[in-house]
Design a protein around this ligand. Structure first.
Ligand code: AMP
Length: 278
């Protein structure tokens, strides 16, 4: 595995690979890697001749400076984990990626006006900035994103469409811990007790599936009241949305795909998860 730190090196290696007619798969990450991330890399390895993985804690997608500061980092450990699946690891500094403060402004329509976009102002513009740059430098044939960040996936699909980017966006299923808790780099910040408690998020979402034919409001009320019963949980939102527009669904019949998305603080750690109803 080649480890490159500069954009020039990254572009050079991609140029050589592509000149040899080889396909490139990209897996963008912010590091502190777990089995969820590795599932994306394994899939990329199966489907591409060369796999590029970026490890970069993107400062411009953090709306909360404390969250950025406390975000777990372990590049050395990460490089060991990805070695079996990745050909090129891109581990730039913030100065390398942003020699000047970035000025790009993206218009994602209504997609970033709800849920994470509403609770984390500027977050998706920051995601758009880094992913567009990574796509420009890497020109991947395929790029891999987890369904755990369901709204992010919709935003990336829109970015690719709006800019005519020739990259196939590959959605990958959520990988969970044995308890059902969706794997997340942020789980490292949970105490042992909170980590056990956090498993209630998926338990409640799963239990709500038995209401999937009930009125949407009833499902929402159930999840919200069950979450609020748990000591130490603070709900940011639970929304049941159309899986393409991400707008709240009132009548299930009007959408072909419906997904419930949650953001909840467990102590001081903000976790997200989602579940498909249709
Ligand atoms: P992050 O490092 O959190 O920015 O995540 C990098 C990529 O890994 C994103 O596409 C995430 O959606 C994906 N990812 C993170 N956690 C999981 C998980 N538990 N299962 C599947 N994909 C995940």
């Amino acid at each position: 595995m080649l480890v490159v730190k500069t954009i020039e090196e990254l572009k050079d290696v991609v140029f050589r690979v592509k000149s040899n007619g080889k396909s490139v798969g990209l897996v963008p990450t912010m590091g502190a890697l777990h089995d969820g991330h590795l599932s994306l890399m394994k899939r990329a390895k199966q489907e591409n001749e060369v796999v590029v993985c970026s490890i970069f804690v993107n400062p411009v997608q953090f709306n909360n400076p404390e969250d950025l500061e406390k975000y777990p980092r372990d590049v050395e450990g990460d490089l060991k984990k990805i070695e079996p699946y990745v050909d090129v690891a891109f581990t730039p500094t913030a100065k390398e990626v942003f020699p000047e403060p970035p000025k790009e402004v993206y218009d994602f329509g209504q997609l970033d006006k709800v849920m994470e976009g509403a609770f984390r102002p500027g977050h998706f513009n920051g995601v758009g900035i880094i992913v567009k740059r990574l796509f420009d430098w890497t020109t991947p044939d395929k790029a891999y994103f987890g369904e755990k960040d369901f709204q992010q996936l919709a935003i990336i699909k829109r970015l690719v469409k709006d800019y005519g980017i020739k990259t196939q966006v590959v959605p990958c299923p959520i990988v969970r811990e044995a308890s059902g808790l969706a794997m997340s780099s942020r789980n490292q910040r949970l105490s042992v007790e909170d980590r056990m408690k956090a498993a209630n998020i998926y338990r409640i979402l799963t239990e709500s599936l038995r209401l999937k034919d009930a009125p949407i409001q009833e499902i929402k009320d159930f999840v919200i009241s069950e979450i609020n019963k748990i000591d130490g949980f603070k709900l940011d939102y639970y929304e049941i949305v159309d899986d393409t527009t991400l707008q709240p669904v009132e009548f299930a019949d009007l959408s072909t795909g419906i997904i419930g998305c949650i953001a909840v603080y467990v102590g001081e750690v903000r976790l997200i998860d989602n579940i498909r109803y249709k």
